[in-house]
Design a protein around this ligand. Sequence first.
Ligand code: SF4
Ligand code: SF4
Length: 179
Amino acid sequence: MKAEKKIVKNIWIDTDKCNGCRACEVICAAYHALPQYSSTNPARARIRVIRDPLFNIYVPVLAGEYTAAECAGRDKYIIDGKEYEECAFCRASCPSRDIFKEPDSDLPLKCDMCESDPTLEEPLCVQWCLADALTYEEREEEVEEEARPEEVDEGLVALAHRHGWDKVVDAMDRMAKKA
Ligand code: SF4
Ligand code: SF4
């Protein structure tokens, strides 16, 4: 592994400022819809807001890495005396729940910081959060470059889970012939 300088992008979340409006979910879902902005289905959002209006608790959670297996041990969260379900704040797209999965294909969803060309000044969820609960930060860091061939495996396994290996192999065959 070699180290190199990279711009690290980060979104800071201030749960005290979040009012649960879900504008971040709407714009993220619309931005990632195909065609772009054709729907606002929050199931396509890479950010989901855990809401408990009775207790005035709102916690935005950004979609993180895909995991192929459920965890064996899980955490319980107690905030202001209120107990949250074990997986409430987990960022992973995982087999044990429907959150952070593309509704049509079941492919795992992960926040891509609104990757685009040209690059946006700030990710859209940050721009749309009028309560300033989301803050964008860029900083230069020395990071170790690690190849992740398993990302391709994860995508293929999710597709096979949805459509079956035969169809996935057929589709790859067709695409290879066109290439
Ligand atoms: S847009 Fe901001 S205030 Fe609204 S739910 Fe998202 S993080 Fe919270
Ligand atoms: S940064 Fe972009 S992709 Fe990530 S959660 Fe916000 S709107 Fe969605």
